[in-house]
Write a protein that binds this ligand. Structure first.
Ligand code: SAM
Ligand code: SF4
Length: 338
């Protein structure tokens, strides 16, 4: 992929609430080889491929964000590694590390990671977040609607072998994996991986009641404290995780609590979908159509579009998982880019 080198300095991206946007999450596809129960429907309506931005267009958009002060980009999806040739985009963006970009990261289900880990590491990625909610193969198959645990574990091993720093992300699901989360944490810490637990968010119509799935991590932390010694850490990885150290395992555990402890005041991020929709908030509908801008007016018009987005970034989301509550937004997490 051609490297776009034009990086004329422009004003940084700051929203109406004084929050500087330094973190872009880029969804390169809405497709996935798994069907996690909390993420998407059994038969999702995937977008026609013709609607997707090319990898070159996605790269151009990233370039504009970097020129406007974004220092961290996370490639996500859907499952980013099922997008054909996505590694060429990762390699192009990797060239910008140390030249505007501090960090290029990836969120993946790891099913394809044994094929790609080495190349990704060579491209400059240092950290991968791997979504893994259970170590029980039967439950994994159930939760992902057919996934093979061993395939994901092989990907995790390949990432470790390639020198990538792995963080395990687990969505805490009441009555599904809450009883085994301590084992998952113990295993991950034994492997030298950080873990983040995530509260389920009411995004998209996923054929399951969020009120049934939701587990408060405030309450769960109290349970963990009966078992282990948790010490709050000031660490930040640029995302919403609040970290503790567990004395007994020696590892770090993060809590992502969009429901029980809103973290919007410190929001530093925006999301771009594979069709070029720029969402200023995960849980709200407003977006700016960067595909239209880039195709009808050219890359030079992106700056004005980013300014428009900053003026429209909402203060916060209003997730509600109580019984009968409608999803906060109709699009699911895979379409938005988790
Ligand atoms: N396929 C990749 C993966 O699973 O890591 C990347 C995309 S996935 C949408 C990104 C993250 O969003 C995963 O950690 C997943 O567990 C999380 N996620 C998906 N739907 C969610 C929901 N409704 N609430 C909370 N987290 C969710
Ligand atoms: Fe796919 Fe990730 Fe969504 Fe699971 S969470 S269905 S792996 S996009």
């Amino acid at each position: 992929m051609n490297q776009l080198t034009e990086t004329v300095a422009r004003p940084r991206l700051v929203d109406r609430f004084g929050r500087q946007i330094t973190y872009l999450r880029l969804s390169v596809t809405d497709r996935c080889d798994l069907r996690c129960l909390y993420c998407m429907k059994a038969k999702p309506d995937f977008l026609p491929k013709s609607e997707l931005l090319s990898l070159e267009e996605l790269n151009t958009i990233c370039e504009r964000f970097i020129a406007r002060g974004v220092t961290k980009i996370r490639i996500t999806g859907g499952e980013p590694l099922v997008r054909r040739n996505v590694v060429s985009l990762i390699e192009a963006l990797g060239q910008r590390i140390g030249h505007g970009l501090d960090e290029l990261a990836l969120t993946t289900n790891a099913t394809q990671l044994d094929r790609f880990a080495d190349r990704i590491a060579r491209a400059g990625v240092r950290r991968v977040n791997v979504s893994l909610d259970t170590l029980d193969a039967a439950k994994f198959a159930l939760l992902t609607r057919g996934g093979k645990l061993e395939q994901t574990l092989a990907g995790v091993r390949a990432a470790k072998h390639a020198g990538l720093k792995v963080k395990i992300n687990a969505v805490a699901l009441r009555g599904t994996n809450d009883d085994e989360l301590p084992d998952l944490i113990g295993w991950a810490h034994g492997e030298g991986f950080d873990v983040s637990l995530i509260e389920v968010m009411p995004m998209g119509d996923v054929e399951a009641r969020r009120s049934d799935q939701f587990l408060s991590l405030l309450g769960f932390r109290e349970q963990l404290e009966q078992r282990w010694t948790l010490t709050d850490l000031p660490d930040s990885t640029g995302g919403p995780s609040r970290y503790v150290r567990i004395t007994e395992t020696g590892g770090r555990l993060g809590f992502i609590t969009p429901l029980t402890e809103n973290f919007c005041a410190g929001c530093n991020r925006v999301r771009v979908t594979c069709t070029g929709q720029l969402y200023m908030c995960l849980g709200r509908d407003g977006s700016v159509d960067l595909r239209k801008v880039i195709r009808e007016q050219g890359a030079g018009a992106l700056d004005a579009a980013l300014d428009e987005a900053m003026a429209a970034k909402p203060e916060r989301h209003f997730f509600d998982v109580s019984e009968g509550a409608a999803p906060a937004v109709s699009r699911d997490m895979a379409r938005t880019g988790g």
